[in-house]
Write a new protein. Structure first.
Length: 190
């Protein structure tokens, strides 16, 4: 069985973010044969500007980000919801990953989205917007068992997601389906 490497992007930039904690938990729960790695560099990306997106003169943060995506077998996004949609830094990261047009690192890359939010729906609007943007950018959007944990600020005020049995169960169910989907094309080719 070939090891699958998954790049994990957290939409929140806050150090104590419940989405960061959710990402840490999913990394810890990675099933055998799968490595999930948090990537921090997308927060350093400049706002997307085609005038800056010039081969040979790209900012180092962009080069590192695109390389990390290209080297990964898949991308897992863990996002909060900001004003009913995805955070601006995540949308910016999607924009940078979608270029150069026709040869981007995200093209046909499997992507899944999960998250938690303060509201009663757990950030489903942000997750839907992220899936839509990644799909338009050319990624292969996977939709395994959803993870949208509501009331995060209260729910995780004194408990890390790794210590919340219901959340861990949801993440395990998600990971089972996600990893199965990642392995499916290799199984068909064999």
């Amino acid at each position: 069985m070939t090891e699958k490497n998954v790049l994990v992007l957290v939409g929140s930039m806050r150090a104590a973010s419940t989405n960061r904690q959710l990402a840490e938990t999913v990394v810890e729960l990675a099933p055998e044969g799968t490595t999930l790695s948090l990537f921090e560099g997308h927060h350093a990306l400049p706002l997307y500007n085609e005038d800056v997106d010039v081969e040979g003169r790209l900012p180092e943060a962009v080069v590192a980000y695109r390389r990390a995506i290209a080297d990964a077998d898949a991308v897992l996004v863990v996002t909060p919801e900001h004003n009913g949609t995805l955070p601006a830094n995540l949308k910016n990261a999607i924009d940078w990953s979608s270029r150069p047009y026709g040869a981007s690192a995200i093209a046909e890359k499997p992507v899944a989205v999960i998250g938690t939010a303060f509201g009663q729906y757990g950030g489903v609007w942000a997750q839907d917007e992220a899936r839509k943007a990644y799909g338009i950018a050319g990624a292969t959007v996977l939709e395994p068992k959803p993870v949208a944990v509501p009331h995060s600020v209260v729910r995780f005020a004194e408990t890390h997601p790794r210590d919340d049995d219901e959340t861990v169960e949801q993440l395990r169910g998600f990971l089972d389906e996600f990893v199965t989907a990642l392995r499916a094309p290799a199984a068909k080719a064999a």
